[in-house]
Write a protein that binds this ligand. Structure first.
Ligand SMILES: Cc1ncc(C[n+]2csc(CCOP(=O)(O)OP(=O)(O)O)c2C)c(N)n1
Ligand code: SF4
Length: 356
């Protein structure tokens, strides 16, 4: 008689169910609260891509700290990975707060979600020092060129000459976040578009595994205040001509803007206000990601041509992260026991000798 064993033999290969990742979680385990952003906001697309990338990387939500500043973009950590740690800091202060958090707990994967205002306007000082210290984190800038949360003022990444609804224009040169990061010594620099899942998800996956600061500048349309050209098709124009809309603060839902274009090609993206973005995706053989000078050159050339270059521009895996540079332990400092924290008599005497 043949008996069918109820449990597999001990040496049977363990295969995770198809919908589970390597830490035995389903994609829904990476979700967060329902978004309160305007329907169609590019930031919500980024949220979805962060969930996909983190699930696919198989990083447990308990190993993650979601860091942010203030802004619509900085609200998004509430919409992904509810089981993770998180700190919604002050406007422009994500970088120093993350630096401190990573130093005291090197075991956490830091995912920073900031805006162009949060990073390139009020937060630019902290941003520069986070980069030069090579704090290990995935730093996402949801870049819409405006302060979305405070109703669409120009940020430091707004195009020179862009117009607001009043007709006022931006007389200042734009800060290109990727060029700035490269100049500061950032060890992973990339740009993508919120609606480009095929490009952004792998970039996020790589950024989460990077040894130091991995910066991804994500062009993320603000469908409500992206009204630079004063177009009559813009929501701003509609609001100015519809008092009840304005008083209720109602934002019309928009379709999420998605793109899918090949490496080496360009893609025109129609914005809700009638303006147009021209995205250009780096081709596989067009650039070596270890060539920083060429990355800066390509970024400048594409900007001069009115194009937004996307792709991975630079990566350097040989520079130590801040925690490595400081020779810190890999676990959280709170996990250390007394014997690990207390110097021996000899060590103590050596320390004292330094002061003599
Ligand atoms: C110290 C300080 N200054 C100003 C503000 C007001 N404020 C809140 S969010 C914001 C800009 C947000 O813009 P951005 O970071 O680009 O994010 P977005 O809302 O566009 O996603 C400003 C100026 C604030 N909260 N704190
Ligand atoms: S105001 Fe702009 S940035 Fe803020 S949620 Fe709405 S579309 Fe997004």
């Amino acid at each position: 008689m043949t008996v069918t064993p109820k449990t597999p033999p001990a040496n049977a290969p363990v295969t995770a169910p198809a919908n589970k990742n390597k830490v035995n979680l389903e994609k829904k385990d990476y979700s967060g609260s329902a978004s309160t952003l305007c329907t169609g906001c590019g930031h919500d697309s980024i949220t979805a891509h962060i969930i996909t990338a983190t699930y696919q990387n198989g990083i447990h939500p308990y190993q993650i700290a979601k860091m942010s500043g203030i802004g619509c973009s900085s609200k998004t950590p509430a919409y992904f990975m509810s089981k993770s740690f998180g700190f919604n800091s002050m406007h422009g202060r994500m970088a120093p707060v993350t630096t401190g958090a990573k130093v005291v707990n090197g075991s956490l994967h830091m995912i920073g979600m900031s805006g162009d205002g949060d990073t390139a306007s009020i937060g630019v000082g902290g941003f520069t020092h986070l980069i030069r210290r090579n704090v290990q984190m995935c730093y996402i800038v949801a870049n819409n060129g405006v302060y979305g949360l405070t109703k669409g003022q120009f940020s430091a990444t707004a195009d020179k000459g862009a117009k607001q609804k009043s007709g006022a224009y931006n007389p200042f040169d734009t800060i290109d976040i990727c060029s700035l990061a490269l100049t500061l010594g950032c060890t992973f620099v990339a740009r993508s578009f919120s609606g480009d899942a095929k490009q952004l998800v792998p970039l996020l996956q790589a950024a989460q595994k990077h040894r130091g600061t991995a910066l991804i500048d994500v062009i993320s349309p603000c469908i409500t205040f992206n009204n630079h050209d004063g177009s009559t098709k813009s929501y701003t124009y509609v609001r100015e001509h519809d008092v009840s809309l304005q008083e209720l603060g109602l934002v019309q839902p928009m379709e999420e803007i998605k793109v899918d274009y090949r490496e080496g090609s360009t893609q025109r993206v129609q914005m809700p206000d009638g303006s147009e973005l021209i995205l250009k995706k780096l081709g596989a053989n067009e650039h070596s990601v270890s060539d920083k000078i060429n990355a800066l050159k390509l970024l400048q050339e594409s900007a001069n041509a009115g194009q937004i270059l996307t792709g991975l521009f630079y990566i350097n895996e040989s520079s130590p992260s801040l925690n490595e540079e400081l020779n810190l332990v890999s676990e959280g400092l709170f996990e250390l026991n007394e014997s690990q924290l207390k110097p021996s008599k000899t060590q103590f005497e050596e320390i004292l000798a330094d002061f003599l």
